[in-house]
Design a protein. Structure first.
Length: 537
């Protein structure tokens, strides 16, 4: 039986000679029409490099294939002519990338970008191309399709941009669609919509789908077969149900057991309130006219009341744009707000910058993207120790260096690495550095803004365990912002659900998870836990 796609003993090496790095080491698999194969593994396992090899999109000559074959309907793609590859790319085989904002041209309207694919492969122009683009936008569920043709990518939401990418990929009804982490950057409800859309479109066009992901819940929902990759090798391959229910390889077993688990820390019943706000509002004015005047407001946070006790974690969940991060920044007095805010019983509203500064060291923040929040020009020691210098803490330089080393040990890093730079660390290690930067000042209250969303599932679990351990050791109070409800469930004792700046539901986390009261919360829970994978025994 001939397969639509056959990959045999694929090898990919970057560089040559003594500096060569083998990224893929003999990968083999088959994909048939109408079927879905998932490539699963952590960052650096070789998933995306394997997928890019199919379309020969790797940066040659730095990347090359020492051995291997990729057959599309019996036609060899490895080493194929540029003419053949141009005919295959975007026509017979199309690809949807992880981050649509970086995949779409920011200077061209989305209608033109999708129309370009039709012009190159189908010779469509003018009204014919325009009609087909509108048809594709409607097919992928982009609202107000006709009026969106002239929109630029930044004028769309993340989910809408991903729908445009899918429309572009489907423009020529390809035989194979490669989806490389197509939902990682999306909210849980949008993620569910995109996955359902891909399934519907696959059934409609009879496409084969090659799905690349580190989210095992998505694999369970979408794929029939799975290849588990580690360090460039396929360590396990088979039907999804068999591999997930009876994993044979230790790495697969670790992946399946790595979902965030455990119970949140519970504060003492008489624990003091560390951070509180009442009827908090953050409204951004909308100005129009030659002499700008305020014609309305964007109500990013609209009447929120919360209280967080010592050693407690308050989870704040909701989709992008719900006001989660704005709430965290307002509590730290990093943006303007109205309504009383108290820290350890002390009012913060109205305090001058000078009077607020001594309190800053007790109120810290850990950001979503550790690479973006760490200066590439500073060493780890300089990054972690910067706060000590600002607040005049830690004593002499040698004493500060010892304190930095102790803090790095606390977050699970080698203290000898403090003279290295952020780019020399993995994503999980960089997030530990971010946590160390906050922890070295011995804070009482920490805002954690999506600290695990950019991490592999096993690293997520490690960071969750670390945060719980540090909370117990130092009686830390967390405001944990996330759209990943599985991570929130493992950390949060209390839960606030936000939508459009308002609190839709609040209360003990387990009650909200098991018996949500509002329709919006029920939709969030259904979207998140429909993808859940039960840990193996």
């Amino acid at each position: 039986m001939s397969h639509l796609l056959s990959v045999r003993d694929l090898q990919v090496t970057f560089g040559r000679g003594a500096s060569a790095v083998a990224a893929v080491k003999g990968v083999s698999f088959d994909l048939d029409r109408g079927r879905t194969l998932a490539l699963v593994g952590e960052s650096g396992s070789g998933k995306s490099v394997t997928a890019l090899s199919i379309l020969q999109l790797l940066p040659y000559p730095r990347a090359h294939h020492p051995a291997g074959s990729i057959l599309l309907d019996g036609q060899e793609l490895v080493g194929a002519s540029e003419k053949l590859l141009r005919a295959v790319r975007g026509d017979r085989v199309a690809m949807v990338f992880q981050e649509p904002m970086t995949s779409l041209n920011p200077l061209h309207p989305i209608g033109r970008q999708v129309g370009e694919v039709l012009e190159v492969h189908r010779g469509m122009t003018g009204q014919q191309a325009r009609a087909r683009v509108i048809e594709l936008f409607r097919l992928v569920g982009l609202p107000e399709a006709e009026s969106r043709l002239g929109a630029l990518p930044h004028e769309l939401s993340g989910g809408q941009r991903q729908r445009v990418m899918i429309a572009m990929a489907l423009a020529n009804e390809p035989d194979i669609l490669i989806a490389d982490e197509p939902t990682t950057a999306l909210d849980v409800t949008i993620q569910a919509q995109i996955l359902t859309l891909l399934q519907d479109l696959q059934r409609r066009f009879g496409m084969a789908l090659l799905l690349i992901t580190h989210d095992l819940g998505i694999v369970r929902k979408m794929a029939e077969t799975v290849c588990v990759m580690q360090a460039g090798l396929v360590v396990e391959h088979g039907e999804v149900a068999t591999v997930f229910d009876k994993p044979q390889h230790p790495y697969t077993q670790r992946l399946l057991a790595a979902l965030p688990k455990g119970s949140p820390n519970r504060p003492a019943s008489d624990a003091p309130v560390v951070m509180a706000c009442q009827d908090l509002k953050v409204w951004f004015p909308i100005r129009q006219g030659v002499f700008p005047r305020v014609v309305g407001h964007i109500k990013a946070v609209d009447g929120v009341t919360i209280a967080v006790r010592e050693s407690q974690t308050l989870g704040v969940v909701g989709e992008s744009g719900s006001g989660k991060t704005t709430l965290g920044l307002a509590l730290l007095r990093l943006n303007h707000s109205d309504g009383p805010i108290t820290f350890l019983g002390r009012p913060l509203q109205g305090l001058s910058t000078q009077r607020l500064r001594p309190l800053r060291r007790e109120m810290q923040m850990v950001f979503q993207d550790p690479y973006g929040s760490l200066s590439p020009r500073l060493s780890v020691g300089q990054i972690v120790g910067e706060g000590l210098e600002v607040h005049g803490l830690g004593g002499s330089r040698a004493e500060r260096r010892d304190l930095i080393a102790q803090t790095l040990v606390e977050v699970g890093l080698d203290p000898a690495t403090q003279d290295r730079y952020p780019h020399e660390f993995s994503g999980g290690q960089r997030q530990r550095i971010s946590i160390a930067r906050a922890l070295v000042l011995k804070p009482r209250f920490v805002v954690l803004d999506e600290p695990t969303s950019a991490l592999d599932v096993s690293v997520q679990a490690q960071i969750v365990d670390l945060l719980r351990e540090l909370q117990l050791r130092h009686r830390l109070t967390y405001l944990f912002i996330s759209h990943d409800l599985r991570v929130v469930r493992a950390l949060a004792d209390e839960l606030v659900v936000m939508k459009d700046g308002k609190v839709m539901e609040a209360g003990p986390a387990e009650r909200v998870f098991t018996a949500p009261q509002s329709a919006y919360t029920r939709a969030l829970m259904a979207a998140a836990f429909d993808l859940e994978v039960a840990p193996t025994g």
